[in-house]
Design a protein around this ligand. Structure first.
Ligand SMILES: Cc1cc2nc3c(=O)[nH]c(=O)nc-3n(C[C@H](O)[C@H](O)[C@H](O)COP(=O)(O)OP(=O)(O)OC[C@H]3O[C@@H](n4cnc5c(N)ncnc54)[C@H](O)[C@@H]3O)c2cc1C
Length: 503
């Protein structure tokens, strides 16, 4: 049996990637060891950048209808002041409160609806790369079997077998803190020492609580001076109660746990995002302390970045180094999240020597420009897939496409809506004939759309990748000669040779 792509792991990242590959017409099988979808939600927030990506694929309305919008969020549990997402230049200036189990269910439905084959109860036990494919060893209820795929993507979480089997290293720093979580019923929610939602920092650690939509109150504890326990050791309610008492000095009545887990702040990033035909995405590629709700978001962005590139490779039009750009673009993004989560955790440390630093940060957060800078960092909006702009490169190149409102022959449309097909889009906003002419040989891969900006011309033309990032842009008054000298090169660099040249 042979498939184009086998995805290992049907968590949020594997499910999203499956949808992306199906949208691009790639045959994909997802192998997931769990027989049933998870009911426990590690993540419960989606960040702005992910909301933008969901919007591109027409998925956002369903998420928003079944979640709560949170317009402000915290940095390092400093409150006030909170991070004010309204200061951001986005159509979605909020985080979305939604349990991971629901996010996964929606993404799985989307992928399956597009024709992805999802095999539950199928566990990968090993893999081997041959010259032109990857052979996976799979265990299932019907017995072991092997599956050959042209490419494999490990979306199999922080302990990824795919990563290990492919020989991809996972350097980083080991955990130093002891953290617990429990979804519980509280005896007296109004008396919870941090408030709900809220965070209390004491000399012994941190305690936080948040209301979960489906599973009661989630209580977190984090202690900075205790031995880091074995991650696999089961957690009891008594252990959570004892940690809460050590942090607060109070006996907190908790009962009926629906989920108890432990975690730490181990921060790691793969030494390469792929080895031969084996790729990794999501937690399989990076792990960090779960502060600021970013792991799942980072993984969805990996999947959005990789999906169309892998599809281009399978369909035969990808330029030589397109797949290498996955590592080039996603490594800095993951590095930045690791930097920022470690910075937040350092600021949250219960050591009294951190107190003055927190006070300085409290003052800084009250300055709009700082508040915006940290919000952009936390939401992923500051990602830029390109070195700093030069005079020859339009400042939008490497950025996510701006949230433009357009008018086309078919009526008004948001730029985000032009990306529903998952195909690259060249938007000619200035009626400049050289734009469409330059793209003539790419019409089989690139949609060319003539439009006008509703609110005055700010851009002349935009070449947008399927993941929403700008590959090329021109100013409103661009000269035809400038289009001719730069657009064909950008088309070839990202979407391969023009059809005529291929023939
Ligand atoms: C307490 C906590 C709170 C968090 N809160 C947030 C938040 O609010 N927002 C956010 O963005 N992130 C948050 N995160 C991080 C987020 O949960 C993860 O980043 C996310 O689950 C990663 O998704 P994934 O698909 O990469 O991996 P996973 O969700 O770990 O999925 C991996 C899948 O692979 C399967 N699998 C593993 N091995 C095999 C195998 N050998 N064969 C077949 N299948 C296999 C597993 O069964 C699993 O279904 C939080 C994490 C924690 C611990």
């Amino acid at each position: 049996m042979t498939v184009d792509v086998a995805i290992v792991g049907c968590g949020p990242v594997g499910a999203f990637l499956a949808g992306e590959l199906r949208l691009a017409g790639v045959r994909v099988v997802v192998l997931e060891r769990s027989v049933e979808p998870t009911v426990h939600s590690r993540a419960f927030r989606l960040q702005t950048r992910t909301l933008e990506l969901l919007d591109y694929r027409g998925l956002l309305d369903r998420f928003v209808a079944n979640a709560i919008r949170i317009p402000k969020t915290h940095f390092a549990a400093i409150r006030p002041p909170l991070l004010d997402l309204d200061l951001l230049d986005t159509e979605h200036p909020y985080t979305l409160g939604i349990p991971q189990a629901r996010t996964e269910a929606y993404l799985v439905e989307h992928a399956a609806g597009l024709g992805a084959e999802i095999r539950r109860g199928h566990e990968i036990t090993g893999l081997e790369q041959t010259g032109d494919g990857v052979v996976l060893q799979v265990n299932s209820a019907d017995g072991p079997y092997s599956l050959t795929a042209a490419y494999v993507v490990g979306c199999d979480g922080g302990r990824s077998l795919v990563r290990k089997a492919a020989g991809i290293g996972f350097p980083g720093v080991p955990g130093t803190v002891s953290a617990l979580l429990g979804d519980v019923t509280l005896g007296d929610p109004d008396a919870f020492p941090s408030g709900i939602p809220g965070t209390l920092r004491t000399r012994s650690g941190l305690i936080m609580a948040v209301a979960m939509p489906d599973t009661g109150i989630r209580v977190f504890t984090c202690e900075f001076d205790r031995p880091v326990p074995d991650r696999d050791a089961p957690v009891s309610l008594d252990e959570l109660r004892a940690a809460a008492t050590r942090v607060t000095g109070l006996e907190i009545e908790m009962s009926e746990p629906t989920w108890l887990a432990r975690f730490t702040d181990s921060s790691r990033l793969v030494d390469r995002f792929h080895s031969g035909r084996v790729f990794v995405a999501g937690d399989a590629a990076h792990v960090h302390f779960p502060i600021g709700a970013q792991g799942l978001n980072l993984g969805i962005q990996d999947a959005m970045n990789l999906g169309w590139k892998l599809a281009g490779q399978i369909h035969g039009w990808a330029p030589g180094d397109l797949l290498d750009s996955y590592d080039r673009e996603r490594r800095p993004a993951a590095d930045r999240v690791i930097l920022e989560t470690r910075a937040q955790l350092a600021l949250m440390n219960s050591d009294e020597r951190i107190d003055p630093l927190r006070e300085v940060f409290r003052e800084l957060l009250a300055i709009d420009e700082v508040n915006r800078h940290l919000s952009r960092m936390l939401t992923g909006l500051d990602a830029r897939y390109q070195p700093e702009p030069t005079a020859a490169v339009h400042p939008l190149v490497g950025r996510l496409a701006p949230p433009l409102r357009l008018r086309t022959a078919a009526g008004p449309v948001r730029l985000a809506e032009l990306l529903r097909t998952g195909r690259p889009v060249l938007v000619d906003l200035g009626d400049e004939p050289s734009v469409a002419t330059a793209a003539a040989g790419h019409r089989d891969r690139v949609d060319v759309i003539a439009a006008r900006e509703e609110d005055g011309a700010t851009v002349g033309a935009l070449l947008i990748r399927p993941d929403g990032y700008v590959a090329w842009a021109a100013a409103p008054d661009v000269a035809p000669a400038a289009v001719e000298s730069s657009l064909p090169a950008a088309l070839a660099a990202w979407f391969g040779l023009a059809t005529a040249a291929v023939r």
